[in-house]
Write a protein that binds this ligand. Structure first.
Ligand SMILES: *Cc1c(COP(=O)(O)O)cnc(C)c1O
Length: 377
């Protein structure tokens, strides 16, 4: 397959860039003894798991189907977590997971008997402190339902569990801010942690960010695990696949209403939802800060405010030209939807040897089937 001939829109996952992130993950593991499980809710494109598997210890999940997917396509350790399990969910998941983590003491009490003897049992605690840029993504926000609050913990609960999970970071690029949270957890929950086998510190630690002090993070993790006698886990999602993938689109029209808008054959609402939800503009490879030609990069959905970003270019954009929307792997392919009946992006991987391999392709039949398979009669 030749890149120039591929039909847009498509995602292109770059194996070399993925491996560069994974090498950092490997270094962190070697220096700290931490185990790393991939958070599937961020990235579940299992067609590239053969590249990731040698570097990580397994997967973690936010819902029942992710557990099954991790078990089937990744292997290693399969962690199961959900904010709310039904009894049927627990029965399905218990047989295929290694650790099952409940979100509340009531869920633990209701379902513990199903899991006992099958998987290691955990409970999510809410440390009440966090590092997150936006309230929407802040697990310690007011009235949070995520995990047990410190003052609600019944001490005897620690006799019923093997480990706990804390998740309180979102894209935390500041190692000192993270170690501060770690100290707070050690101080507040340390006596309880000493009785456990394992502690997961969740995701959101951005250790693959350029310049991140991995050694400092590793030392802090190692000290924590030795102090409390626990196996530590991190649950990275975005950190593993950051900056590995472009969403490649084509300019299909250029319109002008005071500003010029280049309309492309993709939409944030359908293909890059977090651009919209978190109001975080995308970056375009072809743009240049000093370019004198400014364009809104507009979506082809009907939502009035649906745009990727505003960007400057050295040359005027042309209809038919391809643009690369950078850093489009995390929380994108897992959230694709059929809004407006837009063509869903294909998914490719560019291997280290230059070969382009197709992982997925969608057509009209997929759209139609997602809406109804049978009609009333
Ligand atoms: C979202 C989430 C993760 C992954 O977060 P990233 O920011 O992608 O690293 C890990 N664990 C839990 C419990 C989560 O909710």
């Amino acid at each position: 397959m030749k890149k120039q001939e591929l039909k847009t829109p498509y995602f292109m996952i770059d194996e070399d860039k993925l491996i560069a992130n994974l090498e950092k993950a490997k270094l962190l593991k070697e220096l700290s003894g931490v185990k790393l499980v991939l958070a599937l809710k961020c990235f579940s494109t299992w067609g590239v798991f053969d590249i990731i598997k040698p570097y990580l210890d397994g997967t973690t999940s936010s819902g029942p189907f992710e557990v099954k997917l991790g078990y089937e396509t990744f292997g290693g350790e399969t962690h199961a977590y959900s904010v709310g399990y039904s009894e049927d969910d627990v029965r399905e998941v218990a047989d295929i997971c290694d650790k099952l983590i409940f979100n509340s003491q009531s869920q633990l009490a209701a379902h513990r008997h199903i899991v006992e003897g099958k998987a290691s049992i955990g409970l999510r605690l809410n440390p009440g402190v966090s590092y997150a840029g936006q309230d929407l993504a802040n697990p310690a926000r007011q009235f949070s339902r995520l995990g047990v609050q410190a003052d609600h913990i019944k001490p005897e609960v620690f006799n019923d569990i093997d480990g706990v999970m804390f998740h309180m970071n979102c894209e935390n690029k500041d190692v000192d801010a993270f170690t501060g949270l770690l100290d707070a957890i050690s101080e507040q929950f340390g006596d309880h942690l000493n009785k456990l086998d394992w502690v997961s510190l969740g995701g959101g630690v951005f250790f693959t960010w350029p310049g991140y002090d991995i050694e400092k993070l590793a030392q802090a993790l190692k000290a924590f695990s030795e102090k409390h006698g626990v196996q530590l886990y991190l649950e990275p999602g975005e950190a593993i696949i950051t900056k590995t993938t472009d969403l490649v689109v084509t300019v299909v029209d250029i319109v002008e209403n005071v500003k010029k808008t280049a309309i492309v054959d993709s939409a944030t609402e359908a293909h890059r939802l977090d651009t919209l939800i978190y109001d975080e503009p995308a970056s375009v490879l072809e743009a240049s800060d000093n370019g004198e030609h400014e364009y809104v990069i507009g979506s082809c959905s009907c939502l009035a405010g649906d745009q990727f970003c505003v960007a400057n270019f050295e040359q005027p954009l042309q209809i038919g030209q391809k643009l690369h929307i950078m850093d489009s792997a995390g929380y994108t392919m897992v959230k694709l939807n059929w809004f407006n009946g837009l063509k869903m992006p294909s998914i490719y991987c560019e291997r280290s040897n230059g070969e382009i391999q197709m992982l997925n392709e969608f057509g009209y039949d997929d759209f139609k089937r997602s809406l109804s398979q049978w009609s009333v009669s």
